[in-house]
Design a protein around this ligand. Structure first.
Ligand code: COA
Length: 176
């Protein structure tokens, strides 16, 4: 159990070879998404889907999705708006879904994948200035809150970090 997560799990793009049907995270909508929708989203360019696969069993231990998004400037706090050019929206990366299998919770996998998602986003050549998360419920919201995500007033379930904050947080982190 004390083995580093990078040795226990491989993070890779979702592929047809992954068994998606037996993944359960305690939120049926997320299980159904992985089983029925994630492949289509990846194929059609709606989301990049990453899975953390147990190196011993090849079972999916967790997954997350990334997409490009835009945050309307009028939703941002005044302190950030003042420093921005007059564009209607802020180019963003959206972590749309993040789920850890029930049997793997509490082992640091969720945090590790959040950092991995941020690190991969920073490696992208496509510009973005905010990292947005969709928290599906209060539980998810409290998970993200501990990392300093700021609220967007349109929906308390949408939270974001400015790119600078992500860069500072990730300085010592290498993606898997
Ligand atoms: C929320 C979720 C991703 C957390 O994953 P996890 O692997 O259990 O979390 P970790 O073990 O990495 O926990 C990292 C830290 O978050 C804390 N944490 C975990 N779940 C939390 C929660 N629901 N609320 C507040 N803090 C939480 C842990 O105590 C830990 O804190 P520490 O670093 O101080 O020890 C996971 O419980 C899950 O898949 N939930 C169902 C789906 C979901 O809500 N997804 C999120 C949005 S779509």
């Amino acid at each position: 159990m004390n083995e580093p997560l990078g040795r226990r799990f491989r993070i890779e793009s979702l592929a047809g070879t992954h068994d998606r049907a037996d993944f359960t995270c305690g939120v049926p909508a997320l299980d159904r998404y992985l089983a029925n929708q994630a492949g289509q989203d990846a194929k059609k360019g709606y989301a990049t889907v990453f899975v953390a696969v147990d190196v011993e069993t090849s079972r999916i231990a967790a997954f997350y999705t990334l997409s490009m998004a835009g945050v309307a400037v009028h939703l941002l706090p005044e302190s950030l708006k003042r420093k921005m050019p007059r564009y209607p929206s802020v180019p963003s990366v959206r972590l749309g879904r993040l789920a850890v299998a029930s049997s793997r919770k509490g082992q640091g996998v969720g945090k590790w994948l959040l950092l991995d998602a941020m690190a991969r986003s920073l490696l992208s050549e496509i510009a973005w200035a905010a990292f947005v998360v969709d928290a599906k419920d209060d539980d998810a919201r409290s998970f993200y809150s501990q990392y300093g995500f700021l609220e967007l007033p349109d929906d308390p379930m949408h939270r974001f970090l400015p790119r600078r904050t992500v860069e500072e947080a990730l300085t010592p982190f290498e993606p898997a």
